[in-house]
Design a protein. Structure first.
Length: 94
């Protein structure tokens, strides 16, 4: 992951990456278990939370423009934008 964004590898960065992986796995499990839930305020809150979490695309673009990250960060940024749009569409249906 660090290599794709042209970020320097270091033990602290790898530690943060492993911890973030566990966090994202938790998000994934929560969404997987809620996928067949009926429309409710809780489901709308999950969608809104994921849109907020996917706003990571914004700093990714700025880091690329500032030269702190390489072009590999565009993959993550585009995925985050796609997820945010998908959750926005889901949120509008509820």
């Amino acid at each position: 992951m660090l290599t794709n964004g042209n970020a320097a590898r270091s033990r602290p960065a790898e530690l943060v990456g492993r911890r973030a992986a566990a966090l994202y796995t938790g998000f994934g499990m929560m969404l997987l278990m809620a996928r067949s839930a009926e429309q409710s305020p809780a489901l709308a809150a999950l969608a809104a939370g994921m849109v907020t979490a996917c706003s990571l695309a914004t700093p990714g673009v700025f880091e690329l423009a500032a030269g702190h990250a390489g072009a590999g960060i565009l993959t993550a940024t585009l995925l985050e934008i796609a997820l945010a749009l998908a959750f926005l569409l889901i949120g509008k249906k509820s």
